[in-house]
Write a protein of this length. Sequence first.
Length: 566
Amino acid sequence: QFPFGRRLPCDIYWHGVSFHDNDIFSGQVNKFPGMTEMVRKITLSRAVRTMQDLFPLEYNFYPRSWILPEEFPLFVDEVRMMKDSDPSWKPTFIVKPDGGCQGDGIYLIKDPSDIRLTGSIQSRPAVVQEYICKPLLVDKLKFDIRLYVLLKSLEPLEIYIAKDGLSRFCTEPYQEPTLKNLHQVFMHLTNYSLNIHSGNFIHSDNVNTGSKRTFSSILCRLSSRGADVKKLWSDIISLVIKTIIALTPELKVYYQSDIPAGKPGPTCFQILGFDILLMKNLKPMLLEVNANPSMRIEHEQELSPGVFENVPSPVDEEVKVAVIRDTLRLVDPQKKKRKDTQLSYDYSHLTFTTAKSAGFHSPVLQVGMKDKQHKHHSLKLSLKLKFYLKLGLCQTSEHVPEASEELLGAGPVDRGDSDPPRSSEAGLPSLCLKQVFPKYAKQFNYLRLVDRVAALFIRFLGVKGTTKLGPTGFRTFIRNCKLSNSNFSMAAVDILYIDITRRWNSMGVDHKESGMCLQAFIEAFFCLAQKKYKSLPLHEQVASLIEFCEYRLAALDEKRLVCGRG
Ligand code: ADP
């Protein structure tokens, strides 16, 4: 609790719903600015679609989706075309209101004409999505997986995934959708908040049975049936990393707007809830991301009609306590301080020498350090005999890091995910949160193109605190990157800006500010890339234009630096 009137800043601020406090100047906040907006159904679908345009195969873990109402005609046309080309295709679609949760307002349809375009639904934007008709069943029931993911840092990107999650079961045996069963929510929707109201819901006191189980118990079942659970985990990890890669560009725009670079502000981290559905062939599909996943470890039990009591839920406790505990361990401010101290010294300059002096061995540690200003310092520290003895009189190279930590007061080294530092953590179980990024960065970095487009966008935003680019900023971008020529005049640049910006603003994305939002800039950027590098695939066109722009801007910066010096 944050006591009223507290003056001292906190190490960690744990907000209940979203990032909302602009009066925090230090410490760490458990929410990222803009995350709630980013994971809404429409925004998430847009961000994933941008990635699907660039990398269709890599992003086929998200069902084909259309945004309503503006893409209704497109939805109708595309479905008709697909049906024409494959008359045996008998799809089902799921309509989900934007910003809804707990299955609220969701319904299934067989044909685009069944969309309820009248009444309150029409005024409520929604996503319509291909329905996954063949989910994996356990005990004849459909279920989904809730996995907890810690986004520990945006820049540099650091992602952790919890080793265990929850599996939430439907309460009616599953049948593939037909006109007769479309409305049966207990058969088709796995939401806990819905199924709890079914007479068939089973609260269990262990983790392997009932309507809510641990994901690990499902993996055990699958493994005993001979399924390749290693491959499944690896697919889930790539789904999570790719989804976060799709979200980061816009998150960075929000971040710089709320916490401008160069000004005092907190850093952020956030626990996200990933909802994943397994298909019959074990392919994981992303359903949605929750910015504020429930961390309740109790459920309500009706003792007698109308009389409820909170009782502990062992399954929730097993999974969620570990997630919160390990999040706190990973963002531990004391550990961070130690790390910062370590980081300000460059270990690569560390040399260890021994010197013989008056009568006893006294090792001398010679440390070449780079401080934050990158000046070189040389420090000679004579180790006390006591410490020398403590080291066991060893001075071989493998002991250097440990010795230096203690010397620098750095404390134990962070041994990564499997072996947490001793001292304060002694007695705690090993971390349930496993680092997946940057650990697997090499495999995924090629997907981070839009991040670089966002970096260009942010550079030209100009006034700090905005999230939209004005016409002058766009013109400066074109001029500085030398993208205008006899075939593409500045008048054409203005037309491009106006056309795209107007269309995005008419979609009602965000009326608070005028100007070009990141998604509109990305569209304009793709357009320019296609124009400039005609015959390449889209992701190569975009990559080439990014490199071109970055090169131009680096040259410009260099020129300015030289002029400045001059
Ligand atoms: P909400 O935020 O309202 O829970 P979700 O997107 O999570 O919305 O959808 C609710 C439930 O509907 C999911 O838990 C899942 O059981 C089912 N569902 C959602 N999308 C699909 C889909 N494309 N195919 C099959 N089932 C789906």
